[in-house]
Design a protein around this ligand. Sequence first.
Ligand SMILES: [Zn+2]
Ligand SMILES: [Zn+2]
Length: 495
Amino acid sequence: MKKQWTAAASLMFLMFAIPIRTAQGQAQSPPAGIVLTGDVTGAQNKTHFEIPFNVPAGTHRISVDFHYTGAEQHATLDLGIADPERFRGESGGNKSHFTIGENDATPSYLPGAIPAGTWHLLIAVPNMRAHVVSHYRAEIRFNDRAEDASFAEQPLAKGTRWYRGDLHMHSGHSDGRCPSQSGAMVACPVFVNAQTAAARGLDFIAIADHNADSQYDAERELQPYFDRVLLIPAREITTFHGHFNIFGVTQFVDWRVTQGGLDLNSVLRDVAAKGGIASVNHALSPDGEICMGCKWDPPPDEDISLFTAVEVINGGPFMLSSAKFWDAQLREGHRLAAVGGSDSHNAMNPPGPKGSIGWPTTVVEADELSVSAILGGIRRGRTFVDLTASHDKVVDFEAESGGVQARMGETLHAAAGAEIRVRIHTVGCAGSLVHLLLDGEEVAAAPPMTVDSAGAPVEAKVTVGAGRHWLRVEVRDAKGGLLLMSSPIYVNFAD
Ligand SMILES: [Zn+2]
Ligand SMILES: [Zn+2]
């Protein structure tokens, strides 16, 4: 017992602050944290000791990094942790980092409420030579926002390019079902969603179970195994007034919107405060007893500017377009990126546009494959939807007026009556027709243009009146079938 406290007595508690990057990429107030250091001597060989530390009220996540010296002399310290009430996990010598949140934790550890008070690191000493002194250092962070937003500790890939993924699917944590070993339809494990996405070459997926946050613990476990498919934390907030996806949030969000009670805008502000973004799902879905609450039909005071994106194509059973709803919001001056998702409810559905993972994909320009970069690309409107689930098709465009240029996702300022020159780039679309839409409509000045066999950019000129407008692009096949749908360039929108 005395030896046990020898180490504890030499502890040093240091408050520290680590600059973190939020999903917006902006520096925010750093998470509170402490550093615990101490020495372990040979006299403590084959003993256990505990390192106490205080967890402040209001903590929803604890992250620990633990390192020690002397490994070259076979010094060994095993790591575990207990909260004020119970054992929360033990990873021995197999992990030097772990995180415990309310809904997810690193394997070896138990997610759940984070009670304030005295927690203990549980240290075992399987081996410490007689004359060795090992110096340990435990960095403990509270409410690390990067870990709230991502199951991946590092970007899965580096480099600016178009990343392709599916932003809407369900697992057995809500109503996703798939065939069991014997063919019965059962609640589908998250693993199957990730496995299918990997087999289809997707860069990212968002498993958006209805109001559920139990899937995150499984995703925390799966992410290191799926080191080419980014698992973006998501949920389909399912209200009586419509559905919307939230991305980049693992904390609880109350969704129980009722008249006179919780209002929709408060739910969306809660999502934003927790670092997430939201997209309106299948806004033009049938409603009523066919699909209860599926159509977007919010209370009159709902503020659409709290959304970042609109799911313009929902895979579902029949590739539902909500472009008319989207255009109506753009007409009101709201900036909303185009996203899409399969809404797959069976991760084993065969490839094809029938609610299968990847039909459609959302394609996002980002400088790396991480949650913050993908959500950043959606925030910037650097997105298009690929209804064909291709691995190569691209549409991007820029507009120029009076010597000023804007890319897809940006704002162009143009004088009334000014000509806007638009240049549209495609990849993998030879023989397809490029439709430039002004304010959601085709215009006589810019009829559909055929992409030549070399895939050269196409150009068009349109003239706009005073005020706000938007330009967007659809790529269609020779029969008029929609292939790609771009995000807008906003003309004269408020900055
Ligand atoms: Zn839905
Ligand atoms: Zn859904």
